[in-house]
Design a protein around this ligand. Sequence first.
Ligand code: DQA
Length: 146
Amino acid sequence: MSKTIFVLNGPNLNMLGKREPGIYGGKTLADIEAECIAAGAELGLTIDFRQSNHEGTLVDWLHEAADKAAGVAFNAGAYTHTSVALHDAIRAISPIPVIEVHISNVHAREEFRHKSMIAPAVKGVICGFGPHSYILALQALKTITQ
Ligand code: DQA
């Protein structure tokens, strides 16, 4: 049976395509969703892809993942750098593996992006590969949830 993977996206990621294309590229979030669904089909994963600008909604979806998902690929956007609530939610759903995803290489950018509040709670971090970061996270989730 195909495993379900939640791909969760935080604030401002709905603006991809228009938002700072020099940093994030020209693909929209809908483009990335289609790529994740196609890669998921090849990997035998069912992709449940979502985006919210609201921290509490992301907390709720992490809780939902505990019942419905084998793993989570999570681009928390700017909440990565600020959110104790998301750190706690990731710990709360252990042992469901969560992989932190970033399109850009946050370590090559402003200093405030170098700190991740969620990194100590996640299984691993993938950043800097553009939208391909999501596909790498799906491949990793496929391997670690076998
Ligand atoms: C991001 C990096 C974050 O620092 C930023 O706030 C984002 C996007 C990325 O995917 O590169 O919104 O998570």
